[in-house]
Design a protein around this ligand. Structure first.
Ligand code: PGA
Length: 258
């Protein structure tokens, strides 16, 4: 179970799903169904749904996130959305460097670093994603990849500036595949990431850093994953599109202890 100094975060990543009407319905259902969750709960929605979902979650315990941002504050950047625009639309969180962004849209560690800087400057809580592909795992490159992505993405800040950063370990082979990392595999990677965090910004930062696991998290496997000492929450794709499943994930502690 996660340390008492790290409040668990359960974040849904709706990816490119749902109409506005469906988004409103799901957001309402998530607000109702996660009321008793001891974790911080967030939904990361498509840009177009931010304002309507913001109106639903306003004044509730549910937080709102974007799924990406661009690092410039404004200008001629067709198709992009800035950190300030996310905040203006009601977001408090933002996912950065998701593997789908890295793989399909060319986000590099340098881009992740710039986006992180912009997110922190706008006081958004960034969820920075890292993770190895199946090839990399099979060729024993997992730790090297995690080290590179952590160091590249998080480099160049003052320790005080990164205190809100959340890192999500998302093995690419587990995302949307139904193949989840075993609790032991996840714990091993999380422990490694916490050690990298200590190298970058010291033990205090590492001890407070929330490390989420993502990749085929379900209502059925969440308790075993969250029982690991270095797992502080989950970034949930597919299972976040159904309020009952997502709520069960967000209630992991309560039900695990019962
Ligand atoms: P999944 O997605 O839960 O559908 O595997 C997780 C993610 O991509 O964040």
């Amino acid at each position: 179970m996660t340390s008492p100094i790290r409040r668990p975060l359960i974040a849904g990543n709706w990816k490119m799903h749902l109409t506005l009407a469906q988004s409103v319905d799901l957001a309402k259902a998530v607000c109702d169904a996660t009321k008793d969750s001891p974790a911080e709960v967030a939904v990361c929605v498509p840009f177009t749904a931010l304002t309507v979902v913001s109106a639903v979650v306003k004044g509730t315990h549910v937080r709102l996130g974007g799924q990406n941002l661009y690092w410039e504050p404004q200008g001629a950047f067709t198709g992009e959305v800035s950190a300030g625009q996310l905040v203006d639309a009601g977001a408090t969180h933002v996912i950065i460097g998701h593997s789908e962004r890295r793989r399909l849209f060319g986000d590099t560690d340098e881009a992740v670093n710039r986006k992180l800087k912009a997110a922190l400057a706008a006081k958004l809580i960034p969820i920075v994603c890292v993770g190895e592909t199946l090839d990399e795992r099979q060729s024993n490159q997992t730790f090297r990849v995690l080290e590179t992505q952590m160091a590249g993405g998080l480099k160049g800040f003052a320790p005080a500036d990164v205190s809100s950063v959340v890192v999500a370990y998302e093995p690419v082979w587990a995302i949307g595949t139904g193949v989840t990392a075993t609790p032991a595999q996840a714990q091993e990677a999380h422990l490694f990431l916490r050690k990298q965090a200590a190298k970058l910004y010291g033990e205090g930062f590492a001890a407070g850093l929330r490390l989420l696991y993502g990749g085929s998290v379900t209502a059925e496997n969440v308790d075993n994953l969250m029982a690991q000492p270095d797992l502080d929450g989950a970034l949930v794709g597919g299972a976040s599109l159904k309020a009952p499943a997502f709520a069960r994930i967000a209630r992991f502690q309560v039900e695990a202890k019962a």
